[in-house]
Design a protein around this ligand. Sequence first.
Ligand code: ATP
Ligand code: MG
Length: 719
Amino acid sequence: PSPHDPPYLRGLNPPQREAVLTTEGPLLVLAGAGTGKTAALTARLAHLIATRRAYPSEILAVTFTNKAAREMKERVGRMMGGPQGSAEGLPWLGTFHAIGAKMLRRHAELVGLQSNFTILDTDDQLRLLKQLIQAADIDEKRWSARQLGGLIDRWKNKGLVPHDIDAGESEAFANGKGQQLYAAYQARLLALNACDFGDLLLHMLTLLKTDREVLAHYQQRFRYIMVDEYQDTNSSQYLWLRLLAQERKNICCVGDDDQSIYSWRGAQVENILKFEKDFPGAKIVKLEQNYRSTPHILAAASGVIAENGGRLGKTLWTDEADGEKVRIIGVWDGPEEARRVGEEIENHQRSGGTLDDVAILVRAQHQTREFEDRFIQIGMPYRIVGGFRFYERAEIRDALAYLRLVNQPADDLAFERIVNVPKRGLGDKAVEKLHRLARADRTPLTLAAARILDTDELTPQARRALGNFVGDLARWRDMAGQLPHPELARQILDESGYTAALQAERSTEAAGRLENLTELVRAMEEYETLGAFLEHVSLVMDNEAQAEARKVTIMTIHAAKGLEYDTVFLVGWEEGIFPSQRALDEGGIASLEEERRLAYVAITRARRRCIILHAANRRIYGQWTSSIPSRFVGELPKAHVDEESSLTGGASLWRANWSERDDPFADVARGSGRGPGWARAATAGQFVSEPARIVEARGSAVSIGNKGRSDIALGLRVF
Ligand code: ATP
Ligand code: MG
């Protein structure tokens, strides 16, 4: 470092400087979390512009999220000391999708589009696919639009156009009709002057492959190409990058194989390995100093990820002061988990901390509900990043609309929302007639619906559909008096076909929606009556009054990639939640290792404090299910964690060696008085029938309820 260094170089360590100053030729920066990869990439962008190696418009920089793109723009702006003259243009800085769209607008006509093409959202896309499935006379119940959409997406992620699809792959949908439908879909899109997200890259990829002029243009234009979060690129993105960089070969990719968490969306961590092959002579820079986290946090994260096989391997160190150990808190159940997190944050505020420094990371979207409810209760401002607040999610609003309508027949808004959700063959025409009648008679839609059935205004199909719906509503209202309201909700979701429609989709997204609905039912259990619950929800929904600028952030681990917070709460670290049940069901090493990489990403978001929670019990359908702490908790190196359990009032767990005793149950009984820990169920479905005294058992795991021996699993090993 010299005193004449430009501002963007100041403070960088030697390998970071090397990454910034190595402007020519292929460069791969491979480094662990928090080592300043993104910082170096940003400085490199500033350097290229400041030293006039290229005009900004000759630089392509790909980020993983729009947020990251915005931040990089700001950072470059600051490093360069103010906004750059617009005469020199701006760098092409954005996500693959954003950059793909920008390019495609310029060459739309070459792929058969006009430059003002529309980008379809998922709903539009599904509607289109559905029409095609119907036109092809395929049984929609077996082969849903979502499923086809998912398949086409996967093909697009691989960079495959319809004629690349071989018979084997085509088999994956409707006995070999996959390819034909894919082709039809692409043709329809062109006719509509539209494309979907996957096309933004795929069209450009096709163009770069087939049009020498376009290829030459961009190969010349982009003197420098940079990619952040390279480990999460999919094949289509990879091929696109390789083509663009092949001429000048000034491509710099930064990534971390341990943070590859999007393989379920087609990302291929192997792209890192391919880099050296595709760009012979590539320089590799490793960054080893972590600037983000304390040594305890770093050691905890490293300890977990060390359990994965097949890693490229990296060293990480920090010269920060030790700080707090990672805290592991065992709590009784979900509500207590939310209460604990709330208390911890209030303490944090009392000692002068701000809410912006705090994040709660969940494995799955549905987990946000418990925290949202609690925070609303205690007036803690929060924001949900990368998703909707729980009660604003589409499937939750649909379910609530059903419940509102059962609770209050005159709720026309609710009626409108669900009269044809799931699709029951009521066209716009029928609904329009219904509206007209309701207006004329000044009656609620529910009544108008009953009345219109007595006329001959509807087509037979619409009549039948509406008749069923009206009948269902009446039956549910009767049931409302007799069934517990969570049970009622579950039946409504089943009988309306809502659950089945989601199940038929068989997509990850639909599975997430189903989880949200289960969570909704769980939330209802906390209220005495349906009315009380709905009242709670309307109060929650109205909570947008939270105008405070400073808020706690709640988001999924996936959405937290690349970000950092002073204090991070990692909640729900239990088998079946994290690692997710889906990963466990798949059973393969690969899915488990991806979960472990997620754990690594999660822990490494924390700068100063990392607090991991797990609950001993989760309530599902009114029944208490004992849960086992996540295996990742066990993998945290003991020297760097502090365990505490609210169950014992102290940190020590009751321990015994049961295997040496004839009757372990005697000990259970004795142990329960002294120091219950948490339960581990040996197999799913072993319930503890009510909050029970439970003793921890690791290894082959056991769950023990105070109802006696029936809950005990075989082969327990306790330490
Ligand atoms: P991730 O893998 O999570 O994306 P990263 O490798 O991209 O992490 P950055 O986000 O770039 O890491 O940097 C982590 C933190 O370290 C940031 O707060 C950044 O400002 C800081 N940092 C990076 N380099 C240095 C440095 N040389 N000196 C001091 N702080 C640094
Ligand atoms: Mg980064």
